[in-house]
Design a protein around this ligand. Structure first.
Ligand code: THU
Length: 130
């Protein structure tokens, strides 16, 4: 399990994945790179739809792709937005990330730099079925 990882490499992968974003409605491209405990990296990007609410965020796309590959344990995710400011994961994606990844490190872009926080800092009281 890679407890240590190269933050710059993971963020570079997210920035590369952002190139595949399908965002004709918002023009806001997002890429995600999910580092799995086996060391592999699964990518995601936002996929928008003419029915706006059907839009899939980059983070949830990456989680769905990883789970479909039999990967359910994650070490970190990098999220790269196209804003000059910060692109932290939306609330819904925080909940989805929490499901699979206690202790997950979340790297999100802030212009050319990034912030590194634990998922519990972003979502302190994630919903769990009792
Ligand atoms: N978006 C993401 O992909 N991830 C987030 O965490 C925030 C928002 C996308 C959804 C939509 O395609 C665009 O950014 C603007 O909201």
């Amino acid at each position: 399990m890679p407890n240590e990882f190269n933050e710059e490499e993971l963020m570079a992968a997210a920035r590369a994945a952002r190139e595949h974003a399908y965002a004709p409605y918002s023009a806001f491209a997002v890429g995600a790179a999910l580092l799995c405990e086996d060391g592999s990296v699964v990518l995601g990007c936002n996929v928008e739809n003419a029915s706006y609410g059907m839009t899939i965020c980059a983070e949830r796309g990456a989680v769905a792709a990883a789970v479909a590959q039999g990967k359910r344990r994650f070490t970190a995710i990098a999220v790269a937005g196209s804003a000059e400011g910060a692109t932290p994961p939306c609330g819904g994606c925080r909940q989805v990330l929490s499901e699979f990844a206690p202790g997950l490190r979340v790297l999100y872009s802030h212009g050319e730099t990034h912030v590194n926080v634990a998922i519990e800092e972003l979502l302190p009281a994630a919903f769990e079925l009792p």
